[in-house]
Write a protein that binds this ligand. Structure first.
Ligand SMILES: Nc1nc2c(ncn2[C@@H]2O[C@H](COP(=O)(O)OP(=O)(O)O)[C@@H](O)[C@H]2O)c(=O)[nH]1
Ligand SMILES: [Mg+2]
Length: 282
């Protein structure tokens, strides 16, 4: 798997759309509706949900609003829920590799759901092209998001469950906050949208806003920066793993030698694994 880096071709790979927000904000439900909508529009869709509260995979990912029947006969939709035990940043340990695998399998788009807990947003931000922050009306979500610095990171703000009271007011508040914290000219100006699983037209509008952001991205240097940042992160993970293996395999007497000599052993081992990797690359 190390050797088969799927997006060696620049520009290849699935578009990645992240949904983040508090537990219960309706992210899974929204991801399900968006995925169905976009799959019907001809995209091959993958959904990955990182949900610490549901370590097993299962149908629960879509929330209880979409029946599995709706998904039958939709071969262009793949859904997977991953637990996030044992990670500090709320992302699954092997998430970057899983996303790479989705690229390798030729998905057009991947929706990535993460729960908004502290560091998770930063990790998620680096993994996706378009980030949706999902907020509930009449909640403290905005205050929390501002404290965590997430307001500056999101590309689209979604006031979800807009069938409930207070949604319009919340949207207006967010518009105001977004207006005073205007980002530099030439960068994407975030949009605020209302959404509800019971209002298909809101899913359609959200889907169009995602397209608008993706179109902007395609014409912006940010696209390349995101890909390079991801490639850097992936390389670091590969090197860290190889170095850990190499160090574990060193014979004990090596550790009685000087640090430069120890390092030389590790570098030699890394060179071996690098040539192994090259040989198996198709
Ligand atoms: N009123 C209302 N409830 C919703 C909506 N979307 C989801 N829910 C409910 O909110 C709860 C949490 O949804 P879920 O998608 O699991 O949220 P997540 O924790 O953010 O993934 C479930 O009981 C859903 O049925 C919506 O648009 N309106
Ligand atoms: Mg969920």
């Amino acid at each position: 798997m190390l050797a088969r880096a799927p997006d060696d071709v620049p520009g290849a790979g699935a578009r990645r759309i992240g949904l983040t927000g508090a537990p219960g904000a309706g992210k899974s439900t929204l991801a399900g509706h968006l995925a169905l909508h976009r799959a019907r529009g001809g995209h091959r869709m993958g959904v990955l949900a990182v949900d610490p509260s549901s370590p097993k995979s299962g149908g629960a990912i879509l929330g209880d609003r979409i029946r599995m029947d709706d998904l039958a006969g939709s071969p262009d939709l793949y859904i997977r829920s991953i637990g996030s035990r044992s990670t500090s940043d709320g992302l699954s340990d092997n998430l970057p590799e899983m996303l790479d695998l989705m690229d390798a399998h030729g998905f057009d788009e991947v929706l990535l759901e993460t729960v908004g807990v502290g560091q998770a947003e930063y990790a998620a931000r680096a993994q996706v092209d378009t980030l949706l922050l999902v907020l509930l009306p009449e909640s403290g979500d905005v205050v929390q998001a501002m404290k965590a610095g997430i307001m500056e990171m999101a590309d689209l703000f979604v006031v979800n469950k807009c069938d409930l009271a207070g949604a319009q007011k919340m949207a207006t508040d967010i518009q105001r906050i977004a207006a005073v914290s205007r980002r530099e000219a030439g960068t994407w100006q975030p949009r605020v949208l209302l959404a509800s699983s019971s209002k298909p037209e809101t899913i359609e509008a959200l889907s169009q806003a995602i397209d608008a952001h993706q179109a902007w991205l395609a014409s912006s240097p940010r696209q390349a920066q995101l890909r390079q940042a991801r490639a850097r992160y992936r390389l670091r993970r590969v090197v860290e793993r190889l170095a850990a293996h190499a160090i574990a395999a060193l014979p004990a007497p090596v550790f009685d030698t000087s640090m430069p000599r120890q390092l030389a052993h590790v570098i030699e081992a890394l060179q071996h694994s690098a040539s192994d990797t090259t040989e198996t690359t198709p």
